[in-house]
Ligand binder design. Structure first.
Ligand SMILES: [Zn+2]
Length: 440
């Protein structure tokens, strides 16, 4: 075997919800090949996990990775003002190198905080892919499509999306990169572009990543323009299907909930972003009650402002309790499912990742329970949801590759990545005439 992790507490997230005490796990050829109390023999690489918890790597189901460069640059604004006054004017000056630097920083932060797969939507997809390749993380990438500036813009971006699909999908079986089609939203894409995106995704047998029903303004505008709410409109044009991952889904009525269920659409819930932009509270307990698959995502670092999925898990569990007045409405285990197996399902990767099971890819994290915030050990799941933080992750493994071991990064040069991002952010804001955005 390549790796054996010994004497761990395994929080498997499998369909039997097994939590195994003093178990070991064997990894070979990038996959989990054994889970048992004692693994005979030795591996090239042995990890003693005594007193630590091993769980499937967390999956961030909605982000814009390179927006790490925007961290802290535009806070305390509502969505449309934030987008049109702060984000889009700077993004207009984006260059490939910015996206590379911001994505590397994002990969570093994700490896440190236990995320092994992320679902991205951003420009310069080749640069995102390059950073993913260097970091060794698993990425589902989509190039944003929109045509607010007209048909020509839509065609140009569609061309870039096609290039990405051709370049990365299905080239090698073990590739850590998958490309989705990413129409930005029903309010930034014409009906024509939305349909083109859907057809493209079908041609390439891949997923669709789109923002839907994030704010009340979006719903109101959709009613004014189409006479239909966003999900009703998407249903009318034949867009919805099992390969659709809709980010946010904050404002939906009963009829839309039925459509989401009927079409098998997954929702990527981003509570921190929704709270920070005061967009609203997604009806997550109702989604779950209706059998709709809900995953969890941080959204970009301009609206969060970090990529710590542990924080997202905790806040999702807390938000729905206070919103409903019922502390049992979203239990700890359900919150953890949203960041693991549900997110894998939302990305069509449930056979490959999202739980610790023999045959699945070895996407694994080890959380160091020898930290004061995780003592005494009464309930591992409770601790993971309510007490742990991203910085409690000690080891991160993706596809059997050890990206961080006992807090030491093995693929990225941490100082170089942070310095590069700092320099590139300064450069970008200077190009956009917003030098005042950086403190240093
Ligand atoms: Zn987003």
């Amino acid at each position: 075997m390549d790796i054996i992790i010994r004497n761990a507490i395994l929080v498997t997230m499998d369909d039997r919800h097994r939590i195994l005490k003093n178990f070991s796990m064997g990894i070979e050829g990038g996959r989990i090949v054994e889970i048992s109390e004692k693994i005979k023999g030795e591996a090239d690489f042995e990890i003693s996990a005594e007193g630590r918890v091993v769980l499937p790597g967390l999956i961030n189901a909605h982000t814009h990775l390179a927006m790490t460069l925007f961290r802290g640059s535009a806070d305390d604004l509502p969505l449309m003002e934030w987008l049109t006054q702060e984000i889009w004017p700077v993004e207009a000056h984006l260059e490939a190198k910015d996206v590379y630097a911001g994505s590397l920083l994002g990969c570093l932060e994700m490896i440190r905080s236990g995320t092994t797969t992320f679902n991205d939507m951003y420009y310069y997809l080749d640069e995102v892919a390059k950073s993913v390749g260097e970091a060794g993380i698993r990425g589902v990438l989509s190039f944003p499509l929109l045509d607010v500036a007209g048909e020509e813009q839509g065609e140009k971006l569609l061309g870039k999306a096609k290039e990405g699909l051709k370049r990365y999908n299905g080239i090698e079986r073990d590739s850590k990169i998958i490309v989705f089609v990413g129409p930005h939203s029903p309010y930034t894409c014409s009906e024509r572009l939305l349909i083109q995106a859907k057809v493209l995704a079908e041609e390439h047998n891949t997923g669709l990543h789109i923002h839907v029903s994030e704010t009340m303004t979006e719903v109101k505008n959709s009613l004014d323009t189409h006479g239909l709410r966003p999900f009703e409109y998407l249903e009318k044009i034949g867009f919805l299907g099992e390969n659709v991952l809709a980010a946010h889904g904050v404002h939906v009525n009963k009829a839309e909930m039925d459509l989401i269920k009927m079409r098998g659409v997954s929702i990527a819930h981003s509570p921190v972003s929704n709270m920070k932009l005061a967009s609203g509270i997604a009806p997550v307990p109702e989604y779950i009650k209706n059998g709709i698959n809900v995953a969890l995502g941080t959204d970009g670092c301009a609206s969060n402002n970090n990529l710590d999925m542990f924080e997202e898990i905790k806040i999702s569990a807390l938000l729905h309790k206070i919103a409903s007045g019922d502390p049992s409405v979203l239990k700890a285990y359900s919150a953890l499912e949203m960041a693991t197996i549900n997110a894998a399902r939302a990305l069509g990767l449930e056979k490959e990742t999202g739980s610790l099971e023999i045959g699945k890819r070895a996407d694994i994290i080890i959380v160091d329970f020898q930290n004061p915030n995780l003592k005494p050990l009464s309930n591992p799941v409770s601790h993971l949801v309510y007490s742990a933080r991203g910085c409690d992750v000690s080891t991160t493994i993706v596809n059997g590759d050890v990206l961080m071991l006992d807090g030491e990064l093995r693929t990225l040069d941490e100082n170089r990545v942070m310095k590069f991002a700092e320099e590139q952010a300064g450069d970008l804001f200077a190009r956009a005439g917003k030098e005042d955005k950086l403190f240093s």
